[in-house]
Design a protein around this ligand. Structure first.
Ligand code: CP
Ligand code: NVA
Length: 308
């Protein structure tokens, strides 16, 4: 059966742990200039309905370095922009390429693509989830904190795609997650219910309640792609949800701050906090490359590399 990655919970904890091991292998191979090209003659098609810097470049470089090739498809330059249904696009592209990646608005579009494609489909961000980013972030937390077992993670800001994928990560690995969001900007209801019932998620109203005692403090933009029309009301609702130096005093003294980027300094994070943790934040961005190499290898080859 083909392996889709439409959300983090498409994979098991064991499979995710395996991918994190492989990401480390990929990172070390690159650092030591060892060529590793398991994807020769394989092609990834990447459909973008929203802007991207990291996702586009990291997937493209990952495919190239693994011996394969990536094709960038913008919706407007293809027949998708003129109304060709996603179920037809899925079947056409499946005749040419070995996997698809899509960045889009509705999660249903990702699901439809996965349903009709005969090749694996990766979600490169939808309004609901950003699983590739959180896969990379889990790898980064492991690098900085040694393990995912005992980390206390805080989320401050919008209950958006990143927040939802962090809740899925908490469900997968069982670490405690505290989420501080303004009323009416909460994460996905079903995920909140499940993670709260399992005793993993605490949803709070004040950033300080989430950050107190945290090992990892996460934030993201107040106005995600596609939300531009809500800009004014969002700026008001999120005004007290800024990760600043004062808030960070409540976290553990060795806590790290993470940001998936792009960042809006002076909104969700101050320039001072961003620069204090820039090494972590840019390592997160770098790790997209290694984590996605692991993902691409796993979904595009049948071979299992003996980690589980
Ligand atoms: N973090 C992230 O997905 O960045 P891009 O929007 O630049 O791809
Ligand atoms: N929440 C942000 C993430 C960008 C990588 C957005 O959807 O725009």
């Amino acid at each position: 059966m083909k392996k889709d990655f439409t959300r983090l919970l498409d994979i098991t904890r064991e499979e995710c742990a395996y991918l994190l091991e492989r990401a480390l292998f990929m990172k070390e191979a690159r650092l030591t200039h060892k060529a590793y090209k398991p994807l020769q003659d394989r092609t990834l098609a990447m459909i973008f309905e929203k802007a991207s810097t990291r996702t586009r470049i990291s997937f493209e470089v990952a495919m190239k370095e693994l011996g394969g090739h990536a094709i960038f498809l913008s919706q407007s330059d293809t027949q998708m922009g003129r109304g060709e249904p996603i179920r037809d696009t899925a079947r056409v592209l499946s005749r040419y390429v070995h996997a698809l990646m899509i960045r889009t608005f509705a999660q249903d579009t990702v699901k439809t693509l996965a349903q009709w494609a005969s090749v694996p489909v990766i979600n490169g961000l939808s309004d609901l989830y950003h699983p590739c980013q959180v896969l990379s972030d889990l790898f980064t937390v492991k690098e900085y904190k040694g393990s995912l077992r005992d980390v206390r993670v805080a989320w401050v800001g919008d209950g958006n795609n990143m927040a939802n994928s962090w809740i899925e990560a908490s469900l997968l690995f069982g670490f405690p997650l505290a989420v501080a969001v303004p009323p009416a900007y909460g994460p996905d209801d079903a995920l909140v219910k499940e993670a709260t019932e399992k005793g993993l998620l605490t949803l709070v109203a004040e950033p300080i309640e989430a950050v107190r005692g945290a090992d990892v403090v996460n934030t993201d933009v107040w106005i995600s792609m596609g939300m531009e029309e809500e800009e004014e009301e969002r700026r008001k609702a999120f005004a007290s949800f800024c990760v600043d130096g004062e808030l960070m005093k409540a976290a553990k003294s060795d806590a790290i701050v993470m940001h998936c980027l792009p960042a809006h300094r002076g909104e969700e994070i101050t320039d001072e906090v961003f620069e204090r943790f820039q090494e972590v934040i840019f390592t997160q961005a770098e790790n997209r490359l290694h984590a996605q190499k692991a993902l691409l290898e796993w979904i595009m080859t049948e071979e299992i590399h003996g980690y589980y």
